[in-house]
Each structure stands twice: as structure tokens, then as C-alpha cells.
Design a binder for this molecule. Sequence first.
Ligand SMILES: [Zn+2]
Length: 327
Amino acid sequence: MSFLDRFLIISVVLLASVFPVELFPNTGPVPRGGDGQFSGKQGQVLVVTIPDLKEAASVKGRFMGRTVTLFPNPTAGATGYIGLLGIDLQDEPGSHELAVDAQLGEQTRHFSYQVLVVKEKFAVEHLKLPKEKVDLDEKATARWKAEQEQVRKALAEESAMRLWQTGFIEPVHGKRTGIFGSVRVMNGQPRNPHNGEDIGAPAGTDVMASNDGVVRLVVDHIFSGRGIFVDHGLGLYSMYFHLSETLVNEGDLVKAGQVIGKVGATGRATGPHLHWGMKVNGARVNPYALLELPFPQSRPAAHPVLASPSTPSQEEATPAAAGGDGR
Ligand SMILES: [Zn+2]
């Protein structure tokens, strides 16, 4: 034990005796990370649980500048609160704090967790695309920026209600290419990492909503082509790009498994496929992580889970066959 450690322990003991905890019911000192630890790789989704918490007015966590809203555990018979903590594919590896505040009437309870972000080995993907699709001219750049802003605005506010049910589904039955997070080199230039999964399927194949939610945006964008953004509540969004057809309108309520569009190759795509993306509290996560959440199936029989959780694909991406894109 170092001198500093001894000093800190002695200081804490001294402070505790000088300032009894009872005097400060709302600000009980919590050692950083003292309530538990979680760890996960970049792009994964962690389930944070606070089992002994009951009937709080609001439970909010902060992690790497993002807000994580916790909610009553949806599992039948379970108590306490849980939250989905998305680790962005570019979050810095290392130890970070998840600080949670629970409002209980007049009181605030604080929790502090240590989250270890583990580096994921993403593939490097080389794509060759027509020059004009990679190097945007001024007009195209302006359009792209406006589209980015449109998406940012639409997704800035999270629905205060959890609309999703336990049990996410794969939106298309096709060939998962396993290129989530891959570093993309387009015509020799490094670009943003691939922030979703591509599922190869023939043009016209049904695309289903991965879970219940409300359609927040229906777009026809320069990179993502015809796309749908579904808001599942509490900061969870799913995205479906390159569609040949969209079958829903903004504001529509959708159910898990409902056909919302058709596979296509619109936008920056080299062939028909679905680009499926998921955002959890602003973090770009591997959408397949949502299929692997450890919730027992509580969905009624009317909404069967069509896809079994798949094991992560280790195979190299084959962009020529599966189609590449810019998102
Ligand atoms: Zn894609």
C-alpha cells in the first residue's frame, strides 16, 4: 500500500468521523466505481441493473457525456431498474465512470459504476466506387450536411417512454456480412467506420421493424438512399437504409416484425442489401447486440421471435457481393 493510499484511507476515515453520513442524506459519498463494474467491447450493449431500487421518479445515468435512462426491469417478477448502456464503436478503450442519479421523492440516490471499454478488432474494408460517389462536389456536400442536420435534429429528443418490448428481431433474413465497425477505405481514402451491419438479400425482400416503435424519419438521402428511422423510446433508434421502397410514414406506430420497406440499392450502395443500424443513447452499436440481450422472452405468441441470436461472424467482408455503402 502506497503512502498515498494510506493517506486517502485515513482521510476518508477522519472525514467520515467528522461528517457523519446522516447529516448529508442526499449526498452520501460514493467512491468512484464503488457500486459495481461492467465491461464490454466497443459496439456492444451492456445491461446495467440496480436491483434494490424501487419506484423512483427518474433514474438517469451519465456515461462519456451521454445520458442513459434507466427504467423498471421489464422481466416478469423482477424488481429494480435496468438500463441499456451502449458502447460506441469509437469510445476510448479503458475505464470510464457511469454515474447514476435516482430521484426518490425529495431524495437523490447516487450510484457509481466502473465501465471497462475493451477494444474491438474491426476489419479494414477496401471499397472501390465511382469517383463522383466518394468525392462530393460542393452541391452534394451541402446536401449531405443538411441531411446530417435533419437526422441529428430528429434524433436529438428521445421518447420518454420505452416503446420496445423484450425480444428484438433481425429485420431481414439474409446473409449477415459481419462488417460492423469496419474501417472503410474508399478509393484509397480512409472514411468513417461502418456504423451498422449489412445484410445481403435480393432486391424486393421484406424489411421488418426490429421492434415496436414510432417512425421518426423517412428519408431519401445521398448516402443512405431511401431510409427509415424508428424511435423505440428511451434513446433507442433503429435505422434501415438503401431501401427500394418505404411502406410507412413519419409518425406511424410500428410493431416488431411489421414490414416497413423493401431491400434495395438506393444511395451509396454497390448492390442490394439492407444496412441495419442501431443507436443506444447516441452510441453507435452493433445491431446484433440487441438480439443478444439477456431478457427472457416475454413477447406474446402473436409476435414470435423469428431470428435466433447469431454468433458474431468472423469472416472477411465481401463488399462486392454484399454491397457497400457510406453509412
Ligand atoms: Zn452498410
